[in-house]
Design a protein around this ligand. Structure first.
Ligand SMILES: Cc1cc2nc3c(=O)[nH]c(=O)nc-3n(C[C@H](O)[C@H](O)[C@H](O)COP(=O)(O)OP(=O)(O)OC[C@H]3O[C@@H](n4cnc5c(N)ncnc54)[C@H](O)[C@@H]3O)c2cc1C
Length: 388
């Protein structure tokens, strides 16, 4: 393209958040280009894989209205495209009743009237066979929770974006962002100018933000995604109404351990840690440590007796953590036409269509349609490195 062309918006990074932001901009007839460093689709960021959990079981009240709308937007996209993106399975939440995470989650769900089924030790195995409810734990089911078809969702958002006239340039890493009334974005292949820029580059956020003089307190973690074989095929199958599950804290880890029913790989159940190892996003697969798989082996042997306690498939992914595990959804402190969506802290996928809408609103200078105060950059005042 000629450097004199000015887009309404350049979105950098085509993971779930960038893809939905681009789609939302195109729906509003904004001339938009979506730039991605790798050839699409790829497995080197945080949004790949067949499935993610969607749930309203949250500790904080502020996520609840956001999740109400996120569910509506996922359903709207299914209606508009005819593509199935969500499957209801329920989410089994287990944890010590006096622990902070379990107590808060249950209280928040009750306060917000989220449909839930409390389970007692007496009726647990009748509802959830083949799971040993850990000693001293309580359990409930978030009824509306389920599975999102992740790869399919990304493809659908990008396809819709292109149908609406949006331009995707993959295999084109951004190497420069020059702020201004018109922002100049440079890649190895070209120069793009735009009235606004949205930066949704996942684990690479601080690399790209450095070009704008800003560094956020983000920590990139390598996460192992482990799949475990059913001893009897079908035992933990979504088709047999086995739910997704989370243990909020347990003997093996004080962090969440979570899983999804066998579905994406027949006969294999996904069980993972919510804690990983610090990594450099370009060296993600070099770390050989195994402690996180050992934690899972002990959990599987104790709680899921119908699984072989040795992973059959191990894949990797990345979390980009903020200090409080809440997202960054904000305008750049010095350049209001540069918008940042970052630090999704291992739980951002389910919000994808809503994040896209909110980042679009911010990029167009509008008042965002949800209260974004929990997600402001200013909350890190003590920790921000800024050359501004
Ligand atoms: C194992 C695992 C399980 C998870 N489970 C859940 C779950 O059950 N439910 C849930 O809600 N969430 C879950 N999450 C979290 C969720 O997947 C992430 O929050 C979300 O995918 C983050 O998306 P993103 O768009 O910010 O990042 P990414 O998907 O990493 O996208 C960023 C993109 O930017 C590109 N990029 C980077 N630098 C540049 C550059 N210079 N130029 C151009 N492009 C660039 C990258 O290549 C990448 O494609 C999970 C995450 C993992 C890893």
């Amino acid at each position: 393209m000629s450097t004199s062309d000015v887009y309404d918006c350049v979105v950098i990074g085509a993971g779930v958040q960038g893809s939905f932001t681009a789609y939302e901009l195109a729906k509003r007839r904004k001339r938009t280009v979506l730039l991605e460093q790798f050839l699409l689709p790829h497995t080197r960021g945080s949004s790949h894989g067949q499935t993610r959990i969607i749930r309203k079981a949250y500790e904080q009240d502020f996520y609840i209205p956001m999740m109400h709308q996120a569910y509506q937007l996922w359903a709207q996209m299914e209606r508009e495209t005819g593509v199935k993106l969500y499957r209801q399975t329920g989410l089994l939440v287990m944890g010590p009743p006096d622990s902070h995470a379990y107590q808060q989650t249950k209280a928040t769900m009750l306060r917000n009237q989220i449909p839930l089924v409390p389970l007692s030790r007496g009726n647990f195995s009748q509802h959830i066979p083949n799971v040993n409810l850990p000693e001293g734990n309580e359990a409930l089911v978030d009824v509306g929770a389920g599975i999102l078809y992740a790869d399919r969702a990304l493809k659908t958002a990008r396809d819709q974006f292109e149908k609406l006239g949006g331009v995707i340039r993959d295999n084109e890493a951004v190497t420069g962002v020059e702020p201004g009334a018109v922002v100049t974005v440079t890649t190895a292949a070209g120069v793009y100018r735009a009235k606004s820029v949205v930066i949704t580059v996942g684990a690479w956020a601080n690399r790209v933000l450095a070009q704008t003089g800003l560094q956020l307190p983000l920590e990139v973690m390598r996460m192992k995604v482990c799949y475990w074989r059913e001893k009897v095929p079908g035992t933990y199958d979504a088709n047999n109404r086995f739910p997704c599950f989370i243990l909020t804290e347990g003997e093996e880890s004080e962090h969440h351990i979570y899983g999804l029913p066998s579905h994406e790989y027949p006969g294999l159940v996904k069980v993972c840690n919510h804690l990983g190892v610090r990594t450099d996003p370009d060296q993600r697969d070099r770390d050989a440590s195994e402690w996180d798989v050992e934690v899972l082996k002990r959990f599987v042997a104790r709680v899921l007796p119908g699984l072989v306690p040795e992973p059959a498939v191990v894949e990797t992914c990345m979390y980009t953590m903020t200090p409080d595990s809440h997202f960054v959804l904000d305008r750049h402190p010095a350049h209001s036409n540069i918008v940042i969506g970052a630090g999704f802290s291992g739980h951002g996928f389910k919000f994808g269509p809503l994040i896209g809408k909110l980042l679009c609103e911010l990029s167009q200078g509008e008042e965002p349609s949800h209260d974004l105060s929990p997600f402001r950059i200013a909350r890190f005042r003590q920790k921000i490195k800024s050359a501004l």
